[in-house]
Design a protein around this ligand. Structure first.
Ligand code: ARG
Length: 490
């Protein structure tokens, strides 16, 4: 009787582990614990990992060459049928690993039972996950590069466009628009460098760690690692199945990239207000109102700003998921994938939207130049003038401050000042002082430390282009499955 029940249970829910149980798993417990709806996205990684594993089992003689061949053939057929939509990713399975094994049995029969030799779902799932994250790193880098491209192209159009640079959102000093846009470029460049830096840690193979203690069979983990394009193998089987640092780092990079996008988005929202009027968004990338016919709203930028909250939340979710876990595998870890998938999906969608939003936007050079009129943003230049005449900077600062107060009480700007106005506050002012008040001159004096002078911005643009080229080369050499494995499954 117990025998029969057990069999019934195993058949009904297709579990990989029914043997020691008298009763079937409750349907609700299966539904509660199944991750298939989320981890079905790993189907290709799971099949590739399984092919590499089967090849290794054959090469090491753990299974016979003909058994390995049968497994590989079956896995390939399954892969093609899923790709062609002939096999749906559906079923009562606990997870993608159970699904693949169940389907494989339909293709190759009982030999399917040999695939899981010397492997546990614990090393299998994290192998799949690392392969998925590796692909995500590549996609994120490509998407960041597109935003950088849009920024650089706009910057090239606006080397001579001047606007008030701000601190505290108050007019501070004139800057070139190219300089402002490139500031966002370098933030994204650091995100790219973080992705590059993550890759060797991420691209480490845990396959062969089995459940936690390593395999007792004479496996060849170096071979599976090489076939799958991993750079190296794990140092410790227990760490291999429980480590999710790579996922945390990836989500952190997504979160910080989103913070960068969100800051850019916030500026676009501000700049597209009529009060600023610095940017006009393309019709294709802004939205209207259901009641107010005149509206053009920067919803895409607002959503990028909003979605940053979700990705920041994902980082907290993932770190919190891990913080209380003893070694090694714990089922809590199953929740890691949904978190990472959401973070990466959201970041990719935002990068894509922002690259197009920036590429199609029109920056209003006249409005920006207008904003520099009577905004006192060349006051520092006047103080520097006095410094050049030997006045201590603190004293120069006080003199120009008094001049600004005086002029603003008269409703005048610095550019309206006469030499007499200046000399009311210091006799060090000469005729040449009036020229330093021109924003065009102000920016040109700032040649040092990547300042906003033309020569400096042009140099910066050249460096930005060189960085983009380096990223393209890095992407061309991006790790992928080995030629041997590609030959098996083109
Ligand atoms: N679905 C699980 C996960 O995503 C993998 C299975 C490991 N399960 C287990 N009981 N050891 O983490």
């Amino acid at each position: 009787m117990p025998q029969k029940q057990r069999k019934q249970g195993n058949e009904r829910v297709q579990l990989l582990w029914g043997g020691r149980f008298k009763k079937p798993l409750a349907e609700e417990a299966l539904r509660f614990s199944s991750s298939f709806s989320v981890d079905k996205r790993l189907w290709k990684q799971d099949i590739l990992g399984s092919i590499a594993h089967a090849v290794m089992l054959g090469e090491t003689g753990i299974i016979s060459a003909s058994e390995a061949k049968a497994l590989v053939k079956g896995l390939l057929a399954l892969m093609r049928d899923i790709e062609a939509g002939k096999v749906e990713l559906e079923g009562p399975d606990e997870d993608i690993h159970s699904f693949v094994e169940r389907k494989l049995r339909e293709y190759v029969g009982e030999v399917a039972g040999k695939l899981h030799t010397a492997r546990s779902r614990n090393d299998q799932v994290v192998t799949d996950f690392r392969l998925w994250c590796r692909d995500a790193v590549k996609q994120l880098a490509e998407a960041i590069l597109k935003v950088q491209q849009a920024l650089v192209e706009q910057a090239e159009q606006h080397i001579d466009t001047l606007l008030p640079g701000m601190t505290h959102l108050q007019h501070a000093q004139p800057v070139r628009l190219a300089h402002h846009l490139l500031a966002h470029f370098w933030a994204l460049q650091r995100d790219l460098e973080r992705l590059k830096d993550l890759l060797p840690r991420l691209n480490t193979s845990p396959l062969g760690a089995a459940a936690l203690a390593g395999s007792g069979l004479p496996i060849d983990p170096e071979l599976t690692a090489r076939l799958l394009g991993f750079e190296k193998t794990a140092q410790n089987s227990m760490d291999a199945v429980s480590d999710r640092d790579f996922a945390c780092e990836l989500v952190f990079i997504c979160a910080l990239t989103m913070v960068h996008l969100s800051r850019l988005a916030e500026e676009i929202v501000l700049w597209s207000t009529p009060e600023f009027g610095f940017v006009t968004l393309d019709d294709a990338w802004c939205t209207g109102s259901s009641i107010m016919p005149q509206k053009r709203n920067p919803d895409i930028a607002e959503l990028v700003r909003g979605k940053a909250a979700l990705v920041i939340g994902a980082l907290t979710q993932l770190l919190t998921l891990l913080k209380g876990l003893p070694l090694t595998y714990n089922r809590d870890l199953q929740e890691d994938k949904g978190i990472v998938f959401n973070a990466v999906d959201t970041t990719l969608a935002c990068l894509s939207a922002m690259s197009q939003l920036v590429a199609t936007a029109t920056f209003n050079a006249d409005r920006m130049r207008q904003a520099l009129v009577r905004d006192f943003s060349t006051a520092t230049d006047l103080a520097d003038y006095l410094v050049r005449k030997g006045v201590p900077f603190r004293e120069a600062h006080r003199i120009v401050g008094q001049l600004v107060l005086h002029l603003s009480e008269l409703g005048k700007g610095l550019e309206d000042a006469t030499l007499d106005d200046l000399r009311l506050f210091s006799d060090k002012f000469n005729g040449d002082a009036l020229a330093v008040l021109q924003p065009e001159q102000s920016v040109e004096r700032r040649k040092e430390l990547a300042g906003t002078a033309k020569s400096s911005v042009v140099k910066q643009l050249r460096r930005a282009r060189a960085e983009m080229k380096r990223t393209v080369i890095w992407l061309q050499r991006f790790p992928t499955i080995s030629p041997d494995l590609k030959q098996i499954c083109p």
